[in-house]
Ligand binder design. Structure first.
Ligand code: QUE
Length: 346
């Protein structure tokens, strides 16, 4: 099994164990995590949950988007939509979990991994942490509740991370509030053992093992990010970047030009809207509408092909430019689903 589930006294311990795929989540893993969490949620003897990975460079690199792509090509996407329904239910279960969860982001934490880590009350970064929402490279959008979190970051950091897929290290995660603690990875085993012995002391234990994080290089870019990513219209952001003479702006513009224009427009509207969404569950319902429809757009199959299947990193986006995407097209993607197809929590 690709998830290890154990009890250590009054602490539940879930370890992702699919190292060859950097612990990217498949449906069986999502179901195993959900089953264990539902059981522990309702057992008075369980006081807290630890969520980590067993071995390798990845905490969790995302979801099994190659399987979703096959579903789109072979069964019209129904298995793909079932995957997102289950994944987003797990995200919501974690968000509303009534006991403390500690997520150890001790490696690649992207896409689906972000959806597991960010709902946790305690989020531990290390020197191995590499955090990103890279979906614009595969024609998806920052899902798994990322709209909720990105919309609540300082300034225009959220739109910047969603559009560029920029990677943050552990120090940058701590600085942005994406992580609550920064520990050296060599201290994790002892910290976990102490938490298992005394889950009431989680905060004190994590505080005690915390070390000074490396200075966040991203902090120096925040002025440029706030100024050049200020607009809620993609064309305006790209025009601002094109007009700016800095190398930073030229690099950001080149990055945006490589991504799916449809994804970029969807992500920008999603994050603008997420600031006003009343609850995480409502955000998940919106993201499920988007996911259901975005996987059927040509950019998703093409993006996964280019990045994960053929690995040529040369996607041919359709439409190829933002000007080809109307507000009416976005309205269609964001519209409610038929009532019996909408996302619902567990
Ligand atoms: C953008 C993404 C994903 C990605 C790469 C991107 C993503 C995802 C994976 C991934 C990585 C390793 C695996 C795997 C999937 O890569 O969502 O199965 O073994 O899951 O540029 O959004």
């Amino acid at each position: 099994m690709d998830v290890h589930s154990h009890r250590h006294g009054s602490v539940g311990h879930l370890s992702l164990a699919r190292p060859r795929a950097l612990n990217a989540l498949n449906l069986a893993m999502i179901e195993a995590l959900t089953r264990a969490l539902l059981e522990w949620r309702d057992q008075p003897a369980v006081a807290a949950v630890l969520l980590d990975h067993a071995e390798g460079r990845g905490f969790c690199a995302g979801g099994d988007v190659a399987a979703v792509r096959r579903s789109v090509l072979e069964d019209g996407g129904s298995a793909g939509r079932a995957f997102f329904m289950a994944e987003y239910r797990l995200n919501q279960l974690l968000f509303a979990f009534p006991k403390p969860v500690v997520a150890f982001m001790d490696g690649i934490t992207m896409g689906g991994g972000v959806g597991l880590a960010l709902p946790a009350r305690y989020r531990v970064a290390t020197e191995h942490t590499l955090f990103a929402m890279p979906e614009a490279a595969i024609g998806l959008f920052p899902d798994v509740g990322a709209g909720w979190y990105l919309a609540r970051l300082p300034g225009r950091l959220g739109p910047y991370l969603a559009l560029t897929g920029a990677r943050l290290d552990g120090g940058e995660c701590l600085w942005a509030g994406l992580a609550t603690h920064y520990l050296p990875s060599e201290a994790l085993a002892e910290a976990k053992a102490l938490i298992a012995d005394d889950p009431a002391a989680i905060r004190a234990i994590l505080d005690r093992f915390s070390i000074a994080a490396p200075a966040p290089k991203l902090a120096a870019d925040l002025g440029s990010i706030d100024r050049l990513f200020a607009a809620d219209r993609l064309e305006d952001i790209m025009a601002a970047l094109a007009k700016d003479s800095s190398e930073w702006a030229a690099e950001a513009l080149a990055t945006l030009r490589a991504k799916s224009p449809l994804t970029l427009k969807v992500a920008l509207r999603q994050i603008a809207q997420a600031r006003h969404v009343a609850s995480f569950a409502e955000e998940m319902r919106i993201e499920y509408r988007l996911a259901s429809r975005m996987i059927a757009e040509p950019d998703f199959a093409e993006g996964v092909r280019a990045v994960l299947v053929d690995k040529d990193n040369a996607p041919r986006w359709n439409p190829a430019a933002p000007e080809g995407i109307s507000e009416a097209k976005l309205d269609e993607l964001f519209a409610p689903l038929p009532i019996d197809e909408e996302w619902t929590p567990l």
